[in-house]
Ligand binder design. Sequence first.
Ligand code: GLP
Length: 241
Amino acid sequence: MEIIKVKDYQEMSNEACSLIVENIKEKPKSVLGLATGSTPEGLYQQLIRKYQQKEVSFQQALTFNLDEYVGITIDDPNSYYYFMNEKLFNHIDIQKSNTYIPNGMVDNLDKECHDYEQLIRHAKYIDIQLLGLGLNGHIGFNEPGTSFSSRTHIVDLDESTRKANARFFDSLNEVPTKAITMGIDTIMESKKIVLLVSGEKKADAVTRLVNGAVSEEFPASILQKHNNVIVIADEAALKKM
Ligand code: GLP
């Protein structure tokens, strides 16, 4: 695991942006695994800037998002579908038909999970998977206790995760109780993983991710077993290391 220590959120975003732009320049048909949450927003702004400056084109790129809430329509500003369009896809030249996000509104969720796996397989797997880090060690929406051999599946969200995400909703009651997420094993199949972490409130989590025991009780710890992981973390997040 390589750890890149940066000064702050902006530097973290710039560093991640360079890695992705480099990847796309080398391989225009890159398959990118994307994440939501506050952490990658600055990176997406940087990618838009690079596109506007004509330094990169997403014309041929493919994207797979990590997760989506169950029971929230795509036109709801809290859906990850809406988030991705708003924060990135609407502002770059990616073909929308090449952007995949699990659909949490279908009747047959098990089939959706299965189909999502097939799509990733057909794309010959993810070249570079972005990850944020949940306070309880979740990656995607894989909560503590999730099997390391899990594939795309439906999860019950932890109370702590719902509380952490309640800031985006009008009230805690409105935060969904279920989500669809790539599994841990799905994530681990990515060729390269880039985990972004910023801020003091993530300091305990990132310390446990890097130095803690590899355990299903702390899902992100599995990344210690992947041979191509880059953690880009700012000084505040690395305070306890
Ligand atoms: C959310 C998302 C994760 C994200 C994490 C951290 O619940 N499902 O993909 O990485 O929690 O979020 P944030 O970046 O806002 O701290």
